[in-house]
Write a protein that binds this ligand. Structure first.
Ligand SMILES: Cc1cc2nc3c(=O)[nH]c(=O)nc-3n(C[C@H](O)[C@H](O)[C@H](O)COP(=O)(O)OP(=O)(O)OC[C@H]3O[C@@H](n4cnc5c(N)ncnc54)[C@H](O)[C@@H]3O)c2cc1C
Length: 374
């Protein structure tokens, strides 16, 4: 239960007010920043208390980061040298600035949507939760969604609705289920022998994601998570710090330090985001942390123009669809990727803050300077 919120990075960052206002301008009534802000506040139980932008008493706990590293504080100082300011709150509609991430955490533990929304109401008589159930398809009668077929314990079951069906199976799951149910690009559905309920070419299209580029910098005389990871003694201390005080790296999610910056001064709102981690590895999730002090100031283009797609390969939703990301497939995205790495490089390699720690760019490598290779 909880979908991706049960495995995600727990970083609590809202979108920028301009982005919601743009959605509204596209014709989506009820999606402007002014429209969504009351719901953000209502959903929040912010440890910092209530104000114009934050709420208390809601289902999603939001806490300040319970860990810090000098290397991250230095990154903020270094960024400031080049005109990228600090901020104490990313969630006011103007995300610009550098600071530690707020987290969806309660007392040092993950607060997923399952923890925040479902746990308190699980016993309601008018709510039935089925786990280990896999949706086969939605059934339509005269283009009206009327029931769901699903497998549970290899048994095919059906549930009818007398009101409405809310499909919220995520970025991949929702278009996947729609396509097998007959709502999607007509040609694709026919190729998979699916009866077309509505030929809708955009279902499964316009897929975009924030590709994260991971430059790595080796430093001297600075403590990083790499050092903790390679010391049995320090790992034990970190464990004790968590169990006794609910503090330190074991309370943190995917990243520590956040930064929203503009790649160019003429932009109205930030288009790049930093996720800075006081740790480094050669291949994320595949290799262990380096055995020397280093950190990873990940940089992301928030407004990529590359678009991918999701297409069924079969009528059976148990067979994963084809997911085509098409990362960096436009010239703009390639250009911005190179530019963003150069901004990161400038902050680390040319700042006074980092100079005495003798930073060295391990990845991609200081000798690479043209955007295409970067
Ligand atoms: C690794 C990772 C890290 C992330 N880190 C962050 C972060 O730090 N901060 C942040 O704000 N966001 C983060 N995100 C994104 C965030 O978690 C998602 O945007 C959010 O959870 C999406 O919610 P959702 O309800 O749209 O979909 P999901 O959370 O994906 O939920 C969809 C649910 O539908 C189910 N489903 C799909 N198909 C079927 C089917 N056929 N039958 C039955 N069930 C089905 C899935 O199992 C899942 O439980 C991260 C995501 C990932 C994957």
């Amino acid at each position: 239960l909880g979908g991706s919120s049960s495995i995600n990075g727990m970083l609590y960052i809202r979108g920028q007010s301009n982005d919601y206002d743009y959605w509204r301008q596209l014709g989506n009534v009820g999606w402007s920043w002014e429209d969504v802000l009351p719901y953000f506040k209502k959903s929040e139980d912010n440890q910092q208390g209530e104000d114009k932008f934050h709420g208390v008493g809601g289902p999603l706990a939001v806490e300040k980061m319970r860990a810090s590293f000098k290397v991250l504080d230095l990154f903020m100082e270094a960024a400031e040298e080049f005109g990228y300011p600090k901020t104490s709150d990313f969630n006011t509609g103007n995300n610009e600035g550098m600071g530690y991430f707020p987290l969806n955490v309660k007392n040092g533990y993950r607060c997923s949507t399952a923890v925040g929304y479902l746990n308190p109401i699980k016993k309601r008589k008018n709510l039935k939760i089925l786990t280990n159930a896999h949706i086969k398809n939605i059934e339509f009668e005269n283009r009206k969604a009327v029931s769901i077929n699903f497998w549970k314990n290899n048994q095919l079951l059906n549930v009818k609705t007398n009101k409405e069906i809310i499909l919220s199976a995520g970025t991949v799951g929702s278009p996947h289920i729609l396509q097998v149910s007959g709502v999607g690009p007509g040609d694709l559905l026919k190729k998979n022998n699916i009866n077309v309920v509505k030929d809708h070419p955009s279902v499964g299209k316009n897929l975009h994601d924030h590709l994260m580029l991971r430059p790595v910098y080796k430093v001297k005389n600075l403590d990083t998570l790499n050092d903790i990871y390679h010391s049995y003694y320090r790992k034990i201390i970190t464990g004790i710090n968590f169990f006794l005080f609910k503090k330190g790296p074991l309370t943190v999610g995917a990243s520590y330090l956040c930064g929203f910056i503009k790649s160019d001064n003429h932009l109205e709102t930030p288009n790049l985001q930093f996720h800075v981690s006081p740790a480094s590895t050669d291949f994320l999730g595949k290799t262990t942390l380096h055995n020397f002090p280093a950190f990873t100031p990940t940089i992301t283009n928030l407004r990529p123009t590359s678009r991918g797609s999701i297409e069924i390969k079969s009528q059976d939703t148990r067979i994963a669809p084809k997911i085509q990301m098409n990362y960096l497939s436009t010239d703009e995205d390639k250009e911005m990727a190179g530019k963003s790495i150069k901004i990161t490089r400038k902050i680390v390699m040319n700042s006074i803050a980092f100079k005495k720690y003798e930073p060295e760019e391990l990845r991609p490598g200081i000798h690479i300077t043209d955007n295409e290779t970067l």
